[in-house]
Design a protein around this ligand. Structure first.
Ligand code: HEC
Length: 257
């Protein structure tokens, strides 16, 4: 039962070896020794609680610029949701391997255009949040909150690659995590259509910006120095929402009950 060197190329299933690696187990003298207090029984229990697999996965700190460039280039392959997740997951495959190799990035492609063009949650936030969840588990909640708020309140896109595939002038604040509003405000400012090279590059850069931001948050979290900063408090208004009610409702904001 010695652990073999090399990584699995299997995209469909998580092998036992992946599970053991993901949980940080080490092979010693033909037997699996417990690392960091993790035992096979402990892992089986954790797996049961996580719905049948190990969760979260071991995270190694990554260069945010690398995360951004992977995301940028992958936008041009399979768009925002795939791209933002890949900015974190592809470097993890290289540094950690194990379960990260088994994640089918293509399963996130549907997030494009705010889920298959419906303009709901921006795909970068969807795919990016999956990556946060895989890396940080329940610790990911404040990071996802911070990501949503930062995305909405910042002049975007923040990231500019050294050799952009298209040039444009506008940066815009979406005031919203919704694809429809985010893309729409930028298109209005720049005067470019949805199918234009400029709009496409804007979304590729925004995807890169999101992976960059996630890498900085996860790196801080890995160092034990991550501090949440979000202020959106849905519970205070008694409805699932973003907080800028008047942006959509005008002055006549309805009350939930
Ligand atoms: C991104 C845009 C957007 C934001 C931001 C937003 N809403 Fe809405 N909300 C809507 C739309 C659109 C509807 C559906 C309205 C309709 O069909 O008449 C709606 C419906 C509602 C409803 C259901 C009752 C009704 O009159 O339709 C309530 C209650 C509500 N919103 C409260 C809020 C509150 C409180 C906030 C801020 C904390 C908020 N909304 C922020 C877009 C928004």
């Amino acid at each position: 039962m010695m652990e073999q060197k090399g990584t699995t190329k299997d995209q469909g299933s998580i092998s036992r070896r992946d599970l053991l690696r993901g949980a940080g187990a080490i092979a010693a003298g033909g037997a699996f020794a417990a690392a960091g207090g993790t035992t096979l029984v402990g892992m089986a229990e954790a797996s049961k609680q996580a719905g049948g697999a190990i969760y979260p996965w071991k995270y190694a700190k990554i260069d945010p610029d690398k995360a951004a460039m992977v995301a940028y280039n992958n936008w041009y392959r399979n768009f925002c949701s795939y791209g933002a997740a890949s900015g974190i997951i592809v470097p993890q495959r290289e540094l950690v391997g194990g379960p990260w190799n088994s994640f089918p990035l293509m399963a996130l492609k549907f997030g494009e255009g705010g889920v298959e063009g419906w303009g709901t949650l921006c795909g970068c936030l969807l795919g990016g949040s999956v990556a946060i969840s895989l890396a940080a588990g329940h610790d990911g909640k404040p990071m996802i909150n911070d990501l949503m708020q930062w995305y909405s309140e910042t002049m975007q896109p923040v990231f500019k690659p050294k050799k952009p595939r298209a040039r444009f002038k506008s940066k815009t604040v979406s005031g919203s995590p919704l694809c429809h509003i985010s893309v729409g405000k930028w298109m209005k400012a720049e005067g470019k259509s949805l199918g234009s090279a400029e709009r496409r590059d804007r979304c590729a850069r925004l995807t890169a910006s999101v992976s960059y931001k996630i890498a900085t948050m996860l790196n801080d979290w890995a160092d034990g120095k991550y501090k949440p900063s979000y202020t959106n408090k849905q519970s205070a208004v008694g409805i699932t929402t973003q907080n800028n009610c008047t942006g959509c409702h005008g002055s006549d904001v309805p009350s939930p009950i």
